[in-house]
Every structure is written in C-alpha cells, then in structure tokens.
Design a protein. Structure first.
Length: 310
C-alpha cells in the first residue's frame, strides 16, 4: 500500500482545472464538523469546506477551479425514466436540514469573495455538469482533476481526467484504474449497468450480481457477450440478458448511469458559470461574522492561496 500511495502522490501539483463536487464535500463536512456554531448560526460546513478547499488548491495548484452544485430539479430527467431513482435516500444529516442549507447559502457567498468560480445548471445533477465540463476541458488538452468520493464519476477518467477521493487520499487515473477499482476502465460503465447502483436505487439486470457481471466484463466484455448465440449460454441467470426484459433492464440502467449521454452542450453549461470576485476584505469580514478565528489567525496563508494571480 505504501508503494502505491507514493506513486499516486506523484500525480499531485500543476493541474489545469479542478472540478469540485460541491454537495459531496459539503455533506462530508456536515458529518465531521456540522455541530460547530457561532451563537445561533451554524458554521461547521463553511469552515470545513473552506479549509479543505485551501488544502486542495495547495495540493493540485490548479489554474482554474469550478465548484459544481446540484441544479434545480436535478433529478427530473432520471425520475422521468425511472420514478424510483434515489427514492430510498433519506436525509440522515446530523444537523437540521434548514441549518445545513443556510450554511450552504452562506458558504457560497464566502466562496464568491474568495474568487472561486461556481456553476449550477437547472435539471442537471452535479455528476452531469462535471461530465460535460471534464469532456470539454479534455478536448482542450487540459489536465483535469475531479474531487469527489462518488464512484460514478470514475467513468469520466481519461488521458486528461483524473478523480481524487479526499477520504482515501487517492488519485485514480488511467494507469492505476484496474489496480484501484478492480475493473478495467473500458468495462466500468457496463459493469455498473449490469449490477445497478444501490446508493441511487438503480436496478441492474435481474439476477446479475458482482460475480456474474465480472464473469462477463473480465473475459470478453459486454458487447461481445451479447453477440453470442444464447443457446451456448448455460447459466440461466445470464440467459436473461438475451430476453426482451433483460435488454430493457440493461438499457434503463445505461440511461441512468452512463454520463456520456448528458443532453446539455458544453456551451450551455459554461454559460452558467459564475465567476468569483476575489476580495480579501469582504471574505475576511464574513469569516469574522462566523467567528472563524482558526482561519483568520492564519489569514495570510489563505490569501496567498486564494488570492494567487487575482
């Protein structure tokens, strides 16, 4: 493990674009620091987010940062395809929902005055927006790092795109994908479609679990498997893939999981990017309001990072 960590660590520094899955980071901060308050005002999510963002900027030294938020009615497209999409998700936040979203509102104001760009596209989930942006920057041959613990985003990895998991402190890229994930990058989406995604309540193909899915992807890949004569398939569970019902289940999973089919164009998404306006005094005043003296005591360190090239 130590050898692998050293190899992954060598990929840090001097990236062109950092795309941050905003709610993914904010939720984690709610669980680790959500109870912090200043009087009646919750501050833990704000503090944790800003501190983590500073660490990420120091680690990757990006030329551009975009914080990607969930759009309004973000689940609409997938729910139209499958009403049960994310239906089993429950809000298990350790703080009140109203407190959490007030902190998000306050956080976005702080980030604006720290000069950080953000984007929110109606009817797009953050994953969708990140997919569109990562492909756009990759086509420009810019080095992109996506910051999230959401494994769905691993499908976006390419020669130009990597995914960093803050909890595991691992950068996943083309070269180490199979070693880290256990599946070939080229088979990752097919594998996910076969087994489904319990966290999003996405059903896969009935009767196809991890073992059977790997027996398909590891040996010949899904496309070649489906080109076989069904009479040569002895496993009845795998035979189900050749039925109209099985094909329909696979197609539904693909429509829900595959981020290559997001309908919006890069131009539509880029048009929604709001540029931050770096203002050290405004940002500092807001942090004083939230009593964040652990940041303010080292404010020069923060202004060096956030104010760079502003």
């Amino acid at each position: 493990m130590s050898r692998l960590r050293r190899n992954w660590g060598s990929l840090q520094g001097h990236k062109d674009v950092l795309l941050i899955d905003a709610m993914n980071l904010a939720y984690r901060m709610a669980f680790t620091m959500g109870k912090l308050r200043h009087g009646d005002v919750g501050t833990g999510v704000i503090y944790g987010f800003v501190k983590n963002l500073k660490d990420l900027l120091e680690r990757f030294q990006p030329k551009q940062v975009i914080i990607v938020w969930e759009g309004k009615q973000s689940r609409l497209r997938r729910k139209a395809l499958y009403p049960g999409y994310k239906a089993k998700r429950k809000s298990n936040l350790p703080i009140e929902k109203e407190d959490f979203y007030q902190q998000i509102y306050n956080l976005r104001e702080v980030l604006y005055y720290l000069g950080i760009d953000s984007v929110e596209v109606d009817k797009l989930e953050a994953d969708d927006t990140i997919a569109v942006l990562s492909r756009h920057f990759a086509m420009q041959k810019k080095k992109v790092v996506i910051v999230s613990t959401d494994t769905d985003l691993l499908q976006l990895i390419s020669m130009w795109v990597e995914v960093y998991s803050p909890t595991k402190e691992v950068v996943v890229h083309e070269a180490n994908f199979h070693e880290v994930v256990g599946i070939a990058l080229s088979d990752f989406v097919d594998y996910k479609c076969l087994v489904g995604d319990t966290s999003d309540n996405i059903p896969g193909v009935m009767g196809i679990g991890e073992v059977r899915a790997k027996s398909i992807t590891d040996f010949m890949g899904l496309r070649m498997f489906l080109e076989q004569d069904v009479t040569t398939i002895k496993d009845k569970k795998l035979q189900h893939l050749f039925t109209p019902e099985g094909r329909a289940e696979l197609l539904l999973a693909q429509q829900l999981i595959d981020l290559s089919i997001v309908p919006e164009s890069a131009e539509e998404v880029l048009d929604k990017v709001v540029s931050g306006r770096y203002d050290s005094d405004e940002a500092r005043d807001l942090l004083i309001d939230y009593n964040m003296w652990s940041i303010l005591d080292t404010w020069e360190d923060f202004t060096t990072v956030f104010g760079k090239d502003k």
